[in-house]
Design a protein around this ligand. Sequence first.
Ligand SMILES: NC(=O)c1ccc[n+]([C@@H]2O[C@H](COP(=O)([O-])OP(=O)(O)OC[C@H]3O[C@@H](n4cnc5c(N)ncnc54)[C@H](O)[C@@H]3O)[C@@H](O)[C@H]2O)c1
Length: 305
Amino acid sequence: MKILVATEKPFAKKATDEMRNIAQSAGVELVLLEKYTDVNDFYRAVETVDGLIVRSDKVTKEVVAHAKNLKIVVRAGAGFDNLDLAACTERKIVCMNTPGQNSNAVAELAIGMMIFMARNTFAGGTGSELKGKTLGIHAYGNVGRLVGLLGKAFGMNVIAFDPFVKRENVEKDGVGYVETIEDLYKKANYISLHIPANDKTKKSINYALLSLMPQGAFLINTARKEVVNEEDLVKLMAEREDFKYATDIAPENLAELKEKFGNRVFATPKKMGAETSEANINAGLAAIRQAIGFLKDGIDKFRVN
Ligand SMILES: NC(=O)c1ccc[n+]([C@@H]2O[C@H](COP(=O)([O-])OP(=O)(O)OC[C@H]3O[C@@H](n4cnc5c(N)ncnc54)[C@H](O)[C@@H]3O)[C@@H](O)[C@H]2O)c1
């Protein structure tokens, strides 16, 4: 039995070493394809394997077509918009993510970006403090909840909008439950985005919503660049000199945003949210355990298709 770990952006070595140990003890061969630059290498490597573990690597229908023995794909991470679920489902290949394993890393980055923007990207000048400001959490899942708890530790008034989470589960954390998305944007000085990217959410953070935010607004995006309507953002930031945007992973129009708005925009040069050794290890080990659990015992917890 073979599992391929295909990572353009590899896991930390400590994580792959430990993943190999787990595979060996289960009698499974672990094949590593790291830092590949040619997708044909991925096609070749996936041909004979039973399981596949990826990070942000795209599992397209072409990958699926080359994978003759594939039974399970695990996305080591939370979002699974890089997997072609329809193509996998058609071939009866099970897809999973590893929810919660990198949430703390992402939450700390979100708070870090809030402070960085509040302090004028550490470039000098008088900034502002998080304390006493209202933080709106847009989607109260694993990451959103942790950002909320950290925000509270900074003395922020934290409110959240998530139609799929019960009011009592938000309120028991001492976080205000907001019933409408408009209310969240109207009340929050900071909005931290934690929605998944899907057909409903892509480009949903638009002019109408963002213009509801009070003066001195910060939008922090550690979710996905696709959820923000980038043209609307340009329009809004041109009208609102007070508005700042920080995002984990560059928007398509970063050059335009930087040229027009300078330090009011910040984008990490590469996706940084889950880039801690702790998150690498947590997500990598969860992924190999889940892949083996499925191949050997049919356990399909965290299945997403
Ligand atoms: N920057 C990074 O490296 C990084 C790392 C991990 C996750 N992420 C992104 O962050 C997102 C959140 O991660 P998570 O671990 O908290 O996921 P999660 O699945 O735990 O939480 C997602 C939450 O979104 C809510 N939701 C779904 N659709 C919604 C909608 N239309 N409106 C409001 N709420 C909605 C769900 O109810 C859920 O509570 C992921 O989908 C992923 O895209 C980015």
